[in-house]
Each structure stands twice: as C-alpha cells, then as structure tokens.
Design a binder for this molecule. Structure first.
Ligand code: MTE
Ligand code: MO
Length: 436
C-alpha cells in the first residue's frame, strides 16, 4: 500500500489500494490513515483563525521559484504522485497483453488527462514512425488508396468529446463483488476530445460501393494485428480516424499516430495504430469477435456481436477503499454516467441501497456518447449507508440492477456488465464494494 494521499484526502481519506484483484475474491479493505488525516484536517485553513490577523508568510514568498519552462513538458505536482494508472494485480499473465486502469476516484469533470487514459493492449505498444506509417483503404471501393500521415492531416477534420469503454469493464464483478476500488471496477473507461477525419470522408474519397458494402474490417499495426468488423452504418454515422487526443497527437499507448474511434461502441472496435480498412459485404468473424468479445448466455449460447455500450453510471466519490473522516458531515456524492446510444437524460442517487431515489444534478455540457458528471448533496448521519447511482439515457433505457442483469445474462459473462454499482459506507466511515 502506498501511504501518500491526494489533496482530496483532507475530507475523504482515499488510500491507494493495491491489493490483489483476482476475480472471485472479495478482499479485505484497508483501514486507511485516519490518524494522519485527522491531523491534516485540524491543521487545515480554518484552524486557529483569528479575524483580522494576517496570513503567515510562506517560504514560497521569500525566494524565487523554479525558472520558467524548467520542465518543457509539464508533469503533475509531486504531491499528486498517487494519481496514476494501475494494473489489477494477477488479472493478466503478461505486461504486454494487459490493462492499465484509469484512477476515476481522483478525477474531476469529464475529461481524462491523456497520461491517465486507460490502456488496453493485446501485444504491447508498438513504436510507429509517423513518416513511414500508411493507411490502406481497399475492398469494395472504386479507387483503392494508401494514405500517408501527411495526406490524413490535410483532410477536413472534426473534434469531438467521447467516452471510450472496454467491453470488459466491470467484467470481474459478474459473480460477486471482487475488486476493491472504482479504479478496478470501472477504470477501463476514459473520456477525451478526439480529433481526426470522419471515416465517411475517407470512404467517399475512395468511392465505396454503396450498393454492396455492408461491413468494414479495421486492422492495427501492432504485434496482435488486431482486427475488428465494423458495420458500415456505424462507420458512416460518426466514426473518426483519429490522430489527436486532448489537443495534441495521440499518445503511443493510445494508438499513435492513427487510430479508429467508433463512438459509443466497445473499446476493441476502436483499432489503434490503424493501418488498413477493407470494405466488404459481410462480417469477417476474426479472433477478436469469436474467441473473445462474445457474451456467454445462461443457456450456453454465445451472443457474438455486442456493439453498443449500454447506459451505465458509477459513483466515483465516495467509493471503495476511501474512508469518510467526519462523522455526520456534509459530503458531495459525485460520479459519472454515459451511454453508447446518445446523451444521459437523468441520474438518480440512492443512499439506502435502492429503496429511495433522488435526482442528481448534471454538469453541463451533457454531450452524446461522452461521460456526464453528476453531483448530489449528502449529509451523512454516521450510520451505515448503501450508495448507488442509476442513469437513464435519451432513449429512455434505465441502467439495470445487478440482479436484473443476471436474470438475463447469467453470471458467466465477462463483457458488457453495466449494472448499478453499490458502495457500502460502514459506521467507521470505511467504504467498500458490495452487491445488494
Ligand atoms: N491495434 C490494437 N487496437 C486496439 C487494441 C490492441 O491491443 N491493438 N486494444 C483494443 C481494446 S480491447 C480497447 S478496450 C481499446 C483501448 O484503447 P486505449 O488503450 O486507448 O484505452 O483499444 C482497442 N484497440
Ligand atoms: Mo477492450
């Protein structure tokens, strides 16, 4: 365990939980740092304040600071060194085919800083030279083409804010509450401003055969040569061939210099290090859409293509692994909601395990297929509580409870778990992952 805390630790003690996150095992929770944090709280801004008395002069005012641009590319404050992506211990067998989870518990608003965007690689991160990189468009097209990065950067572009969620997000929770923190239950989720060329622009450029074309195949330039089938309708709707993320070029781990981005669709379809798009008339049934990314149903059959990420929400604070320090104090409950079908219409919050619901405030802008931040005022009376959020999207779809989802899907799935998450607050203030 890492004992350092972030600034939020003054009200809510959020020790980092780096326990084993193996499926099936409900882990003990850390007692946290109540002593250290209580000291911090009483030493806070309000302590010993006398009206009219001037503030003490801090050391920082008595000398010059570091020179401008001491770091040509800035890093977060060393006091925030705890806010990092983490791998779930024991989840994957290699570090190349693995996942780094976004620390959702530490983030504000809706945009994930690029350095904290979750990362899922099947064969590690390739080193792609943008001057050598080519994108081929072929198949049922009038004029097959190879594009250089320069060609792509010269085309008409768009910038859009969207969430990206791996289909396996929350996949460890199908059987029982298995992992301790929101970083591991929901952290295969990020949201960024993506910039690139609409795939429809490229498809028109090569003159796709509108009569016969039904599907596309996208291929990545990594050791996995990851390939996925994309329905043409989605490709023409809002799919983007992306080079920019949060105002700069993609990070290597997110597909530099070029990736596909299919808004609202499970992450695996957003092929990174994109090198080839083939236009065809039927699905390809590749490894990543047969062996993996299919949903095993209770009757033993497998549902093959689940494209859309259905509406889902989660409270990010207070959340598992934190400790509420002030008994009977005010706490802002906050979290994220999203839907692959469009915008979030409403988020309800319950503090009693779903018996009573009240509507949360949505932070604007509420954007389609993007994360939406919600907030809810809560005065904790010091007794045990069960915190839940439940969202409704613009289509009227209501996020299911884990019980409702299991009735349809069973417990043997990995992918597409969008159930309501429950965090239990104990009288001690400790918060833990439970299922009710
Ligand atoms: N070429 C390639 N594309 C890929 C992957 C990969 O391993 N190789 N992983 C996929 C999966 S499973 C997900 S969830 C997303 C993750 O994107 P990110 O790493 O930018 O978060 O990329 C997808 N695209
Ligand atoms: Mo994924």
């Amino acid at each position: 365990m890492d004992k350092k805390k972030t600034l939020q630790g003054r009200l809510i003690n959020a020790p980092v939980v780096e326990r084993s996150a193996q499926p099936g095992a409900r882990r003990a929770f850390l007692r946290g740092l109540a002593g250290a944090s209580a000291a911090l709280a009483s030493g806070g801004a309000a302590a010993g304040f006398t009206p009219g008395e001037p503030l003490p002069v801090p050391d920082s005012m008595k000398r010059l600071g570091k020179p401008v641009a001491a770091q040509p590319y800035s890093q977060p404050s060393p006091h925030e060194a705890n806010v990092v992506r983490r791998q779930s211990p024991g989840l994957t067998r290699t570090n190349e085919s693995s996942i780094a989870f976004t620390p959702l518990q530490n983030l504000f608003g809706i945009i994930t800083p690029s350095g904290l965007h979750f990362e899922r690689d099947h064969a590690g991160v390739p080193d792609v030279d943008p001057h050598q990189h080519l994108l081929a468009l072929h198949g049922l097209v009038a004029r097959p083409k190879r594009y250089t990065m320069e060609d792509i950067l010269r085309m008409p572009s768009v910038s859009r804010v969207h969430f990206l969620e791996c289909g396996a997000n929350t996949g460890m929770e199908w059987g029982n509450a298995a992992v301790p923190t929101v970083q591991f239950t929901h952290g295969m989720l990020s949201c960024a401003e993506y910039t690139g060329v609409l795939l429809s622009t490229l498809l028109e450029d090569v003159g796709f055969d509108a009569k016969r074309a039904r599907y596309l195949l996208a291929e990545g330039a990594d050791g996995a040569a990851l390939t996925r089938t994309i329905p043409l309708a989605m490709a023409l709707d809002d799919a983007i061939v992306v080079y920019g993320q949060n105002g700069e070029m993609l990070r290597p781990e997110n597909g530099y210099p070029l990736r596909l981005f299919v808004p609202g669709v499970q992450g695996v379809s957003s092929v990174k290090w994109l090198r080839r798009i083939e236009v065809g008339d039927q699905p390809w049934h590749t490894r990543e859409e047969t062996l993996h990314y299919s949903d095993l149903l209770p009757d033993g059959k497998s549902r093959q293509f689940t494209w859309i990420q259905e509406a889902k929400s989660v409270i990010t604070s207070p959340s598992g692994g934190m400790t509420l320090l002030d008994k009977g104090g005010y706490y802002e409950i906050t979290g994220l909601a999203w839907s692959g079908r469009g915008s979030i219409k409403r988020v309800d919050v319950s503090v009693d395990g779903g018996r009573n619901w009240k509507t949360a405030t949505l932070q604007t802008p509420v954007l389609p297929k993007a994360l939406t931040r919600f907030r809810f005022d809560w005065v904790w009376d010091g007794s045990p509580a069960l915190l839940q959020s439940r969202c409704i999207d613009a289509t009227g779809y209501v996020q299911p409870s884990i019980k409702q989802l299991r009735e349809v899907r069973g417990t043997r799935s990995i992918y597409h778990n969008n159930a309501v998450q429950t965090w239990q607050v104990l009288a001690s203030g400790e918060v833990r992952n439970v299922q009710v």
